[in-house]
Write a protein that binds this ligand. Structure first.
Ligand SMILES: Cc1ncc(COP(=O)(O)O)c(C=O)c1O
Length: 491
């Protein structure tokens, strides 16, 4: 390099603070209007596949563009091709509401833009995560000690929990030696109910247990894991020389929100030395309401638990909390510290390095939005919203039971109702399935609501999920009218 370094002021091309202030105000107005008008949009996007791709230039602009031009494209192209999870008419899958304090938390986290891989790279983010997850622990009534980290999704949290469960089989030395080319290794097996989420099965693929490594345990008439069948399966496998290493129990299954009998499953895990992971991704938040705390009864005996505040705690996606009573094992499963990341900042207790508890090195500051949600609402209001969502589900379930043309296909213990149209005399399973499929299509194409479906004991079921922060009684009456209207139209 020759010549002097130019130390004069240089224009970076970024917005200067004043330009940013103006643009941020525009964006704040845009988001406030979007949330205000959210019910004006069809909940399920009616866009044709490819519409966004065709509407945008295939190459990037050579010259920068003003924010107004970008916002105009967002309005013209992205809004119509968005399925509006923020809408109270969103009753599909599980709700995911980004509340205002959560959105503001995301904004500030993006401004900090820290990477919380080590305590020293983000002391505030690291410690805030610990404090916030201890608040959440108290909110759902779980005892100390419980170490928590925030991951992107429950799929990652469950994968990490099962990696720790595998690591707990120390004699197998899988972390060091792997699983291939080792004829001395026993086959590994873990257990979950037939209703457990597909992420539990996916973890087995990644961890080398394979899909066959997961044994699905039957459920009772209320879709809860049968602990007698679980015990039998464990004994059978052990007798066959297979090594059981974990059980995943679900508190709030994806289809029906059934809650597995955690105390009985915990007792079996303790007896056989198996890691118990509780998938409370959706259902765990219910425990914030004292009268719903039963959903986590027995989870205090689990080795690990996952709860997703981005599902039912009004925190923008993504935010999945993984707690463990055995952080040392989770760390043993993942910690590798190359020279450039070594530090002497303090104890694991005071200055944990969160990169040690999963596969990712880099981590976003996800705790800020959850902390801001909890501080804005307070625990009473959060419990009240959750309580209301369960009341809406009960009201819909009562209506279904009283209706001649509809029936419930599962109990509704929390905020989801599984039902179907079943007019008297129409009993052919195929005809009923296609009738209900048409009911769902009819409701979704009308735009005011978006519901999804599942299969229960082979039958097509309509799933109506409450849990959006903006829902109230009007939406209960609205979905009832939509169900009634749809069957009148297509029946
Ligand atoms: C019970 C349960 N566990 C896990 C998941 C996966 O969640 P994520 O999208 O955070 O991976 C879901 C998704 O709905 C779920 O219902």
């Amino acid at each position: 390099m020759t010549g002097d370094i130019d130390t004069g002021a240089r224009h970076t091309g970024d917005m200067d603070p004043e330009a940013y202030r103006q643009a941020a105000r525009r964006v704040a107005d845009w988001t406030a209007d979007y949330l205000r008008d959210i019910e004006d949009f069809p909940v399920l996007s009616q866009a044709a596949p490819g519409s966004v791709r065709r509407g945008l230039p295939g190459s990037p602009p050579e010259q920068g563009e003003p924010i107004d031009a970008v916002l105009a494209d967002i309005d013209a192209l992205l809004v119509p091709a968005t399925t509006h999870w923020q809408s109270p008419g969103f009753m599909a899958y599980f709700a995911s509401t980004g509340s205002a304090p959560g959105i503001l938390g995301e904004t500030i986290a993006a401004a900090f833009n820290v990477n919380a891989m080590l305590w020293r790279t983000a002391p505030a983010a690291t410690e805030l995560e610990q404090v916030t997850l201890d608040w959440l622990r108290q909110m759902v009534g779980l005892p100390r000690p419980l170490f928590g980290v925030i991951n992107d999704t429950a799929s990652s949290s469950t994968l990490y929990a099962l990696a720790a469960a595998r690591e707990a089989q120390t004699d197998l030395r899988i972390r060091e030696l792997g699983m291939t080319g080792r004829p001395e290794l026993p086959r590994l097996r873990y257990y979950a109910s037939t209703e457990a989420h597909s992420s539990v099965e996916k973890a087995g693929i990644v961890l080398g247990a394979g899909r066959d490594g997961l044994r699905r345990i039957p459920v009772d008439e209320r879709f809860r894991m049968d602990p007698v069948a679980l015990r039998q399966a464990i004994l059978e496998d052990m007798a066959a020389g297979i090594r059981p290493f974990a059980v995943v129990a679900t508190a709030g299954t994806t289809s029906t929100t059934s809650v597995d009998p955690l105390p009985a499953i915990a007792a079996l895990c303790e007896q056989h030395g198996l890691w118990l992971h509780v998938d409370a991704a959706y259902g765990g938040s219910a425990a914030i309401a004292p009268e719903l705390r039963w959903v986590l009864e027995g989870a205090e005996r689990a080795d690990s638990i996952v709860i997703n505040p981005h599902k039912w705690l009004f925190t923008p996606i993504d935010c999945s909390v993984l707690w463990t009573r055995r952080p040392d094992v989770l760390r043993d499963a993942f910690s590798i510290v190359p020279e450039y990341l070594t530090t002497t900042d303090g104890s694991e207790q005071d200055a944990p390095n969160l990169m040690d508890y999963g596969t990712s090195l880099g981590r976003r500051m996800r705790a800020l939005k959850l902390w801001m949600v909890i501080r804005h609402f307070g625990t009473d209001a959060l419990a009240q919203r959750i309580r209301e969502h369960c009341e809406y589900a009960s009201a819909l379930a009562r209506w279904v039971e009283a209706e001649r043309d509809f029936e419930l296909l599962a109990p509704a213990p929390l905020s989801v109702v599984c039902l179907r149209a079943h007019p008297p005399g129409l009993d052919d399973p195929g005809t009923l399935d296609s009738l209900n499929q048409r009911v769902v299509e009819r409701i979704n194409s009308a735009g005011r609501f978006f519901v999804s479906h599942t299969k229960l004991r082979g039958d097509y079921a309509i799933r109506v999920a409450f849990g959006n922060l903006r829902q109230d009684q009007r939406h209960v009456l609205g979905i009832i009218a939509a169900l009634r209207g749809a069957i009148d139209d297509v029946g």
